[in-house]
Design a protein around this ligand. Structure first.
Ligand code: FA5
Ligand code: MG
Length: 453
């Protein structure tokens, strides 16, 4: 018997964008997340997420790339995980990380959920998919439980390239791409024996290296396009400041179950490296399972909000969900004329109010006597994040663990979290903040079985 009550009540069925689904005990979608499935910021004219999509799409033009922007957010566990080679015990499958409708159906956690279907359809040499994705994640200025990704892929076919020479064909296509002069740090060797091996038996090293080179140049050009537009916008805002910080990007070795080798691209932004996308050479099993074994190529997945934050200088990911005119009015007209793009002018920042909450976790070991209630619930920080989001909505800027220790005698763990309350739209009164904080404390006790200290 789990000690923690369900974080959300479970209706027998739920409707998501015109489709109805039957729930089961796996259901864990809070109402605020369910409501956000309706919004589709990437299709809202003049919304910065939509504008950013348009700009990235312009770097990957038709007819090579075909865009798909209306795929339904509810997918099967097969599409989201199995089709991509996620192992059965991958942490991403846990209910602590993913929003489930029922045991075999979930809110997609990434646009890669649609890769297999598009490889199978095989309608073009490349595709782009932009969509809303959902994750139980930490709360801070660059993470939000609902965000948007753009997936891109480019394929070549052994049966149709001249002489079957993939490497030559890929380098020929690379030679057609523009060059750029930005500073790129890429200290990674082409392969790593354990983490990022060559898909021996499927690709030659020359083929995989050619595909990797085409992938990296394509994505660097995407970042250049974004920064050229960001600079122009900045110059409009402040013509005196002739040069901005030079653009710095770096490639970092990464791991995804469905690519090898794999990388992440990071951009230097506001004094720190910000991860903007993951990518790699697609696993050949995907093409084989999709019935197109003669194809091979690359894929990437970009966090659109992260790019939009760089482009418009939007300081906080919560702002994308604002319906405040002071936010939305700043982007009017840009969807029809990208040259009208301006830097975001923050409306005044309202004061922050920090409040701490300290508690003992339910004890992890139970003495003889058979009360196993307490250890039935593992501690997942995301549960706390979700309770806070659910109660406070976007009024919480971030939540951080500030202290943690174990009692020397009882072994019980104590945690202290600091919640930063700050509205984007007004100054919060002390009473409002206290009321929210009190509700959070009560919910932690009731739903997670903690003991407030
Ligand atoms: C993926 O989701 C992979 N599907 C990407 C991929 C596609 C790899 C194709 C290889 C081939 P990842 O979990 O790293 O990877 O997320 C991709 C991007 O989404 C991140 O780089 C980041 O920009 C963005 N992102 C991730 N989590 C959040 C979040 N909670 N809020 C906002 N953006 C996020
Ligand atoms: Mg990542």
């Amino acid at each position: 018997m789990p000690i923690a009550k369900e974080l959300t009540s479970t209706p027998p069925t739920v409707s998501v964008r015109g489709k109805t689904f039957t729930t089961d005990p796996w259901y864990n979608v809070p109402s605020n997340v369910l409501a956000s499935t309706a919004r589709q910021l990437h299709l809202e004219k003049d919304h910065p997420v939509s504008i950013t999509r348009q700009i990235i799409e312009s770097v990957f033009p038709r007819p090579t790339f075909k865009s798909h922007n209306t795929f339904h957010p509810v997918v099967s566990t097969y599409e989201n995980f199995d089709s991509l080679g996620f192992p059965a015990d991958h942490p991403g499958r846990a209910r602590s990380d993913t929003y489930y409708i029922n045991a075999s159906t979930l809110l997609r956690t990434h646009t890669s959920a649609h890769e297999a279907q598009l490889f199978r359809a095989s309608e073009s040499d490349g595709y782009l998919i932009t969509a809303d994705v959902y994750r139980r994640d930490e709360v801070d200025r660059t993470h939000y439980p609902v965000f948007h990704q753009m997936e891109g892929a480019r394929v070549w076919d052994r049966n149709t390239v001249p002489g079957g020479d993939i490497a030559a064909a890929v380098y020929a296509d690379l030679a057609k791409l523009p060059t750029h002069d930005i500073k790129v740090e890429d200290p990674n060797p082409p392969f790593h024996a354990e983490r990022n091996p060559l898909q021996a038996g499927h690709h030659s090293a020359a083929e995989a290296e050619a595909i990797g080179a085409h992938l990296k140049r394509s994505l660097e050009l995407m970042v250049v396009e974004i920064f050229t537009r960001a600079r122009a916008a900045a110059a409009k805002a402040d013509p005196e400041r002739a040069t901005d910080e030079p653009l710095r990007v770096r490639w970092v070795e990464a791991y995804f179950p469905f690519t090898s080798p794999s990388w992440e691209l990071e951009v230097y932004w506001g004094g720190d490296w910000l991860e903007v996308l993951g990518c790699g050479v697609s696993k050949q099993e995907l093409f084989i399972n999709a019935g197109v074994p003669s194809q091979l190529g690359w894929a990437f997945g970009i966090g659109i909000e992260r790019i939009a934050m760089l482009l418009f200088q939007i300081p906080d990911i919560r702002l994308f969900w604002s319906t405040d005119e002071r936010f939305l009015s700043q982007f009017r007209g840009v969807s029809d004329d990208l040259d009208l793009l301006k830097r975001f002018v923050p409306f005044s920042k309202y004061p922050a109010c920090y409040k701490d909450v300290s508690f003992w976790l339910p004890s992890t070991s139970s003495a003889a006597g058979g009360n196993t209630k307490a250890n039935a619930h593992d501690w997942h920080e995301n549960d706390l994040m979700e309770i806070v989001r659910n109660i406070c909505g976007d009024v919480v800027e971030d939540v951080k663990l500030v202290d943690e220790f174990s009692h020397p005698k009882t072994g019980r763990r104590s945690m202290c979290y600091r919640i930063n309350y700050r509205s984007l739209e007004k100054t919060l009164t002390n009473e409002e903040t206290n009321l929210m904080h009190d509700t959070v404390r009560k919910a932690l006790v009731e739903k997670l079985g903690v003991e407030i200290r």
